[in-house]
Design a protein around this ligand. Structure first.
Ligand code: NAI
Length: 377
């Protein structure tokens, strides 16, 4: 692992998720931008002192010639560091699991996607919400035509934690997220709008044709947007509306997806992640439950407990890790991956996310409303 040291957020979620199914062991790391803190944190995690590194460069040098070298490296650092770290790892022959957004700039995302493709290295991107079983259930049922041709997609990711100027009050996580050099050009849209954009495309299979956007910065002194509204036109005529916000008081992690087709709709809300609401044309609304007999094999494979026992965020994240492990093993064995190793967020999805953010910011900065097509759709 690179990043995810003492006090960091997502690194710990990766550690928990990676271990849930026993497919991964954490054996080496450069956990902090401060080398001493990184080494101390590694030791606190029970990592061999010889593999407790001060920097990712040191880790690559220390690992690359070991017979038991690490199989893959998880990058859990702020956005602007993803590209140099991933590039160095791929060039040294390591597979990579990278946090979203894939990079802070479109230029870096294009270069990284090309590097991953040409090198044959595996690069998974942790779009968390695509790990949930009931998200897969919606994907499978929509692909099977259960709601007919899609008319409109409503997706939102409201958060409340940045409603006050906490980046000016010592919150390190908010500080880098509001610094364009470290975060990239899209504030809420880059941080969480990318999740919503990926989720909508993942579940519906729709391809974005063009978008127009309105960005706002409500907290005084903040350099990036903290609220985004995006109207989308998909190929084939479907419409979409995406809202991301870091200032939506009352919302802890209110990711919500609603897909409306000609013969029905599906709704999924991440704070009730074990349920998918299906509303067919005849008006008989049904709640489909994770773990029940009626769910698909794709959803069943990603569930661990019977219905009624709540599963959530960590299990969804673990599904990505289990899938990455299966995809890497299958590549090594020269076979097609099993179902868990399919439908995973990979480098091209990461590139599409960054291209989406760029198009949103360009559209919002245009003097007149403008419909733009992201580079990588
Ligand atoms: P954070 O600020 O809590 O932690 C960043 C960590 O990276 C710190 O330990 C820091 O010391 C370390 N670091 C920075 N530069 C480094 C370097 N060059 N070498 C080694 N370590 C370095 O950040 P947070 O919130 O955990 O976000 C990290 C990444 O995860 C971001 O890209 C963010 O967008 C993404 N993220 C993804 C989520 C998801 O749902 N998939 C949720 C939250 C964050």
């Amino acid at each position: 692992m690179v990043g995810g040291g003492q006090g960091a957020y997502i690194g710990n979620i990766h550690r928990l998720a990676a271990r849930l199914d026993g497919a991964w062991h954490l054996v080496a790391g450069a956990f902090d931008v401060d080398p001493d803190k990184g080494r101390a944190f590694a030791l606190s995690q029970g990592i061999d002192p010889a593999r407790s590194y001060g920097s990712y460069e040191e880790m690559i040098a220390g690992e690359k010639d070991r017979s038991d070298r690490v199989d893959a490296v998880a990058i859990c650092t702020p956005n602007f560091t993803h590209y140099p770290i991933a590039k160095a790892l791929i060039e040294a022959g390591f597979d990579v699991i990278c946090e979203k957004p894939l990079t802070a700039t479109l230029e870096d995302a294009i270069a990284l996607e090309a590097l991953a493709r040409e090198s044959g290295r595996f690069v998974g991107v942790t779009y968390t919400y695509s790990g949930y079983p009931m998200v897969h259930e919606a994907r499978v049922r929509i692909a099977a035509g259960e709601i007919g041709k899609i008319r409109t997609v409503q997706v939102e990711y409201p958060l409340e934690w940045m409603a006050a100027p906490i980046e000016q009050q010592g919150n390190a996580q908010a500080a880098w997220r509001t610094d364009p050099k470290k975060n990239g050009r899209g504030g809420s849209i880059g941080d969480i709008g990318t999740h919503a954009y990926h989720l909508a495309g993942f579940v519906t299979g729709l391809k974005l044709a063009s978008l127009t956007a309105d960005l706002a910065t409500f907290v005084e002194g903040r350099a990036l947007d903290d609220n985004a509204h995006v109207m989308m036109r998909y190929e084939g005529g479907a419409r979409g509306l995406l809202w991301s916000s870091q200032v939506a008081l009352g919302n802890s992690n209110g990711v919500r997806l609603r897909v409306f087709g000609e013969t029905g709709s599906f709704q999924w809300y991440q704070e009730q992640p074990n349920e998918l609401v299906y509303a067919p044309l005849d008006g008989r609304v049904q709640t489909i439950k994770r773990g029940s007999d009626e769910v698909s094999e794709d959803a069943r494979l990603r569930s661990r407990t019977p219905p009624g026992h709540p599963e959530g965020y960590l299990e969804a994240f673990a599904n990505l890790y289990a899938g990455f492990a299966e995809a890497i093993r299958a590549r090594r064995d020269g076979r097609a991956p099993g179902a868990l190793g399919q439908n995973l967020p990979l480098t091209y999805d990461g590139l599409k996310g960054v291209a989406f953010v760029e198009a949103v910011v360009d559209s919002a900065e245009a003097k007149e409303p403008v419909w733009l097509t992201p580079v990588a759709v």
